[in-house]
Design a binder for this molecule. Structure first.
Ligand code: ZN
Ligand code: ZN
Length: 225
């Protein structure tokens, strides 16, 4: 077995357990240890490591509107340099197989949250715009949603093609909502995306879903930027 990222051979310690239940690890130990899972106290709205229940950013969001459009976002990993490297190869250089690095941990995180979520929740991945989807050949958010043990519904569409990363924080927050709902849904939704940065994308998506009658929106993201 080779590491999905650096291609080094993965040497498994041979024990009675691994002999009968061979572990399928996507990464070698060095790569695995270079990814950092968020642990300890965190903001329960946005997953930022924080001693308080709600971080300053989330208090700010609260003041901005009476009703937040996502109940909470839960992120799995910190955004460190190694993660940046993987993401850039995965997304921007289109190596879709790198997504499998995250399958196990992403699904395990969902299972950990499961008891706090509504029963019939469905996964809705954040879409790419058509152009980007064509260039990349896959949507990383849809790939992540596919790892979850629940139904995925790709019901959002993105209407504008502006590059988010070129805008300042305030421009992003004030920008028009890029999402439209293709098909209204009356089930609770867990939005799935690769990264939570300012939270604007997920809140925009949450807003259109709620407006179309969706009863509950939360989010699961791979990384807290
Ligand atoms: Zn490796
Ligand atoms: Zn927060």
């Amino acid at each position: 077995m080779k590491c999905l990222y650096c291609q080094q051979l993965i040497v498994l310690k041979l024990t009675w357990r691994t002999l009968f239940l061979p572990e399928r690890k996507p990464l070698c130990r060095t790569c695995e240890e270079s990814l950092v899972i968020i642990k300890g106290s965190r903001c329960f709205i946005c997953s930022r490591p924080s001693e308080r229940n709600k971080c300053e950013d989330c208090l700010w969001w609260e003041q901005l509107s009476e009703r937040d459009t996502i109940q909470f976002n839960y992120s799995v990993y910190h955004y460190n340099n190694f993660m940046k490297e993987i993401i850039s190869k995965w997304k921007y250089r289109g190596d879709s197989s790198l997504g499998y690095i995250f399958g196990h941990v992403f699904a395990a995180t969902f299972r950990k949250l499961r008891s706090t979520l509504p029963q019939d929740i469905v996964a809705v991945p954040i879409p790419l715009n058509e152009q980007r989807q064509l260039e990349r050949g896959f949507n990383q958010a849809a790939m992540l949603a596919g790892f979850l043990p629940i139904q995925t519904m790709e019901i959002l569409e993105r209407s504008t093609s502006e590059k988010q990363s070129k805008k300042t924080r305030n421009e992003r927050i004030q920008s028009v909502n890029p999402f439209i709902v293709e098909k209204a849904i009356n089930k609770p939704v867990i939005l799935v995306d690769d990264i939570y940065t300012t939270g604007t994308t997920l809140r925009h998506a949450g807003k259109v879903l709620l407006e179309q009658g969706c009863p509950f929106v939360c989010a699961l993201t791979l990384i807290r930027g």
